[in-house]
Ligand binder design. Sequence first.
Ligand SMILES: [Zn+2]
Length: 404
Amino acid sequence: MPGLTKASGWGKRMQATTQLETTITAWLAAQQAAMLALLAEVVNIDSGSYDKAGVDAVGARFVRFFHEHGLLTAAEPIEGYGDAIHVRLDEVNANERPILLLGHRDTVFPKGEAARRPFRVEAGRAYGPGVADMKAGLVLNAFVLAAFRRFGGAPAPVIGLITGDEEIATPGSRPIIERVARGARCAFNSEPGRPSGNVVTGRKGGVFMRLEVTGRAAHAGGNFEMGVSAIGELAHKIVATHRLTDLDRGVTVNVGLIKGGQSVNTVAPSAEAEVDLRYVDPADRARVMAALEAIVAEAVVPGTTARLIVRGEFAPLVATPAADALFTAYRAAAADAGLDVHGEFSGGCADSGFTAGVGCPTLCATGAVGGNAHTPEEYMEVGSLVPRAQALALAILRLRPEPG
Ligand SMILES: [Zn+2]
């Protein structure tokens, strides 16, 4: 094998293209219609995160694709959410650490959404629920896996992992993602490329919590002084909670939902708030969580009690030298696919935080380019599907075999 010169395993290429690179990029270029046909099918299946049947139906469609292309799959059951689907090229048990292509197939949309606004292409953009976030990314990963099955040449085993609960902070598949990432050499997460065409090299971590306050009910006219207002206490706690925001450090604390009380003429016996914490530096997570616990423990309105429940969490995607090197390699490959790609930071969270969190060099948003995710205006740039697939394939082809 030529040139195992860099300990990191990534490095500049000696020649621009090889015969294999030409073969694979040409094959991918010929697949655009097939990619769009598969994308149309999976977009037209509702797969909201809590709709296990729908999420698994999308998984089954991908499994069929993989089997038709000679790949192997294995489902890892997850209770309540879509099963995790593992994909590999063949039975060969290589010693090398694999290259992971990651993606989720659940969406934020309710049942019936696909029937209301099915997949369609208009003026070079594809529309439909989850079209960019991230069914196009999954289609792209699937065709890249199929290309390596067909033509070989990857410097390490290439594997796929398709999960089904990312939009609700990955309650079921997080341990699976972390397990696979621990053994992987690097991970590409095919969330949608930014509208600019950029990929994502850093993401905030997020903690999603419910703050519950309990007081005591009383008639607001008849025996007001017997009551303890949970709403009054929650109001104090919201103000204190919002004070924890520190924009300079990239820390935000947002109370996005509140509810409470029983009737206008009752002192409120209960109230609750949904709290969203975002941070860049893991040290800030510990600091802000401690401050939140202190706010929860201190009752401004005597007689109230409170508790904080973490309902979901994403780890941050933190840049490392190995992840930077992976980005540099991808950027060079993308240039040969005709794309000028830069790295961007995003306040949004994704499963790439979990792969990065266990030390796996990770690049996020290597999927097709799109925008307006989570809205009816969500779109995917049709023209980006093939070049982004080519960029990913070239980046993989040009990784150097690991020493040893
Ligand atoms: Zn997504």
